[in-house]
Design a protein around this ligand. Structure first.
Ligand code: F6P
Length: 524
């Protein structure tokens, strides 16, 4: 069954939220905390190794109640049930959306168009495991009998960003294989990557759901030509493998049928790292770690599926984000992980969220009159404190932020980690509560700057009242990373449901591709 078609602005909850917004829009976070000193305990969810503190948001209990009313009126429960059970919720492409099936470890049967897809998922995972073990152990030999030392992932969009982000995030768990990513059609990118590689010891993983993407095929062909300068056609099977739904095109490219890892139409590109698209992850950190990543995501899926909305992490995060987007008129959201390992997370989430929810036509085919997808951006703390945070603290724009922090660091450098955590907390505190004129005055006086006080005062005041959500995780592991990614996937799904849009197509990228092909023919 398709998703229901409900214009959110016609719901009773939306009208109540509009009135409620006019009542509380100017209340300062300081006031909220004064009224409810236990707010930090009340507006908090603890789930396994995750703790979500959403107390520093411009909401009160009534806001949450009304937002949950909105979710109920939008029939979110029904949508969640359809999402997990393989209904054709990607109606414009006539497809189910089942990336959750790829990591499900509880059900024996998940049906798409009356076929149980679990056996093919299990078989592909088993194939990935054997292949990864062979390459990592050195048993898999290149064309001159040497073991593999380097892996090159060739793909773009979802066939690049997910694997690249996860490999970077799990660097601590990495084995001896060197991993590289080629994505851009810019020839300088591929040239830089291959210039120091030895064809005898390099394995190329071509990843393309469609196997028609210009960038990926151009890079794959360039690399094949480079490889064939020192090797022969027969050697390709030892160095090229492919992940795709388009088996015929892979064979035409010359890849051995044993080296093909399948994926399926019911997995969207930007949600595909859990499938064989994650082969480079499995090669880099080992299959067991890849499986832990899947298990973490599956735990978040279970939490999302089974938890009441008022204690449900993805539900609350997405509703709070709708509150800012549709009532406060915020245009962007920043994602700020306090871990250098997560430096590619915001790039990854940009595709996941913006390619999904950047839509202006509703599920009825009508032009939308309210705001949909938010602009996502971000970088890691503490670096970004010395870059763009000035604007978040004192600029004219209201930017809700997600702060992601870890209780433990991976190398245990205690003093560094204490400083990192102190900054994590200090930033959120400063954003929420700011610094008043009186406090600035006292400060200047105390520092013997009395003669400049009146001049400097306005520039040194922090208004505060800037919202943030703290996502604190015990430790960065494959499991917790899996949970974190799944949390954002569900957040964007919920928003798509409530905004009454189709989140799982991406027709907006097509026109540019068509025109590029036209110009290519002219330029050539
Ligand atoms: O940018 C459009 C897009 O279709 C993405 O959704 C996808 O992840 C990317 O191109 C790559 O597509 P493919 O895996 O088919 O090469």
């Amino acid at each position: 069954m398709p998703l229901k078609n409900i214009n959110p602005t016609t719901t009773k909850a939306w009208k109540k939220l509009t009135t409620h917004y006019s009542e509380i829009q100017d209340i300062h976070l300081k006031e909220f905390f004064k009224l409810h000193p236990n707010r930090e305990d009340e507006f908090k969810i603890v789930f396994d190794d995750f703790s979500i503190d959403y107390s520093k948001n411009r909401i009160n209990q009534k806001t949450l109640d009304l937002l949950i009313e909105l979710a109920n009126e939008s029939e979110l429960k029904d949508a969640i049930q359809k999402y997990f059970s393989g209904d054709i919720i990607n109606a414009t492409e006539n497809r189910a959306v089942l990336h959750t099936a790829l990591r499900d470890n509880q059900t024996k049967e998940i049906r798409v168009n009356n076929t149980n897809v679990k056996p093919e998922i299990e078989n592909t995972l088993a194939k990935m495991q054997v292949f990864s073990n062979n390459v990592i152990s050195g048993e898999w030999k290149g064309y001159t009998g040497k073991s593999i030392t380097d892996i090159v992932n060739i793909g773009i969009g979802g066939s690049d960003l997910g694997p690249d982000m996860v490999v970077e995030s799990l660097k601590f768990y990495k084995n001896h294989l060197h991993t590289h990513f080629v994505s851009n059609v810019d020839g300088d990118h591929v040239s830089e990557v291959i210039k120091n590689l030895n064809p005898e010891t390099t394995l190329f993983v071509i990843v393309s759901k469609t196997f028609t993407t210009q960038e990926t095929l151009t890079n794959a062909n360039t690399i094949k030509e480079w490889f064939l300068k020192s090797a022969s056609q027969n050697d390709i099977s030892k160095h090229f493998v492919a992940v795709s739904t388009n088996i015929a095109a892979i064979e035409r490219f010359g890849i051995d049928s044993n080296n093909v890892f399948p994926m399926w139409n019911w997995v969207g590109g930007r949600f595909s790292l859990w499938s064989a698209v994650g082969l480079t992850i499995s090669l880099s950190v080992g299959f067991d770690n890849f499986k832990s990543l899947l298990n973490g995501a599956s735990e978040m899926d279970t939490h999302f599926k089974n938890t009441d909305f008022d204690k449900n992490i993805p539900v609350l995060l997405s509703l709070i984000s709708i509150w800012y987007n549709n009532f406060f008129g915020c245009e962007t959201e920043a994602i700020l992980p306090y871990s250098q390992y997560l430096n590619k997370l915001s790039d990854y989430l940009q595709q996941a969220i913006m390619e999904s929810n950047g839509k202006s036509v509703d599920r009825n085919g009508e032009k939308i009159t309210y705001q949909t997808g938010t602009i996502i951006w971000g970088s890691t703390g503490t670096n970004m404190q010395h870059a763009f945070m000035q604007l978040v603290h004192q600029g004219t724009k209201l930017i809700p932020t997600d702060f992601i922090g870890f209780e433990e660091s991976l190398y245990g450098l205690t003093d560094h980690h204490i400083k990192l955590t102190a900054n994590f907390q200090g930033q959120m505190q400063a954003l929420a509560f700011g610094k008043t004129e009186e406090e600035v005055h006292l400060d200047l006086k105390f520092n013997n700057k009395s003669e400049n006080i009146s001049k400097l005062l306005p520039f040194k005041v922090f208004e505060g009242n800037k919202p943030s959500t703290a996502i604190t995780i015990k430790k960065l592991t494959p499991n917790s990373l899996g949970k974190l990614i799944a949390m954002y996937e569900h957040k964007l799904f919920i928003q798509g449901v409530i905004w009454n849009i189709y989140s799982f197509d991406q027709f907006g990228v097509e026109l540019g591709k068509e025109l590029a092909n036209k110009y290519y023919n002219q330029l050539k």
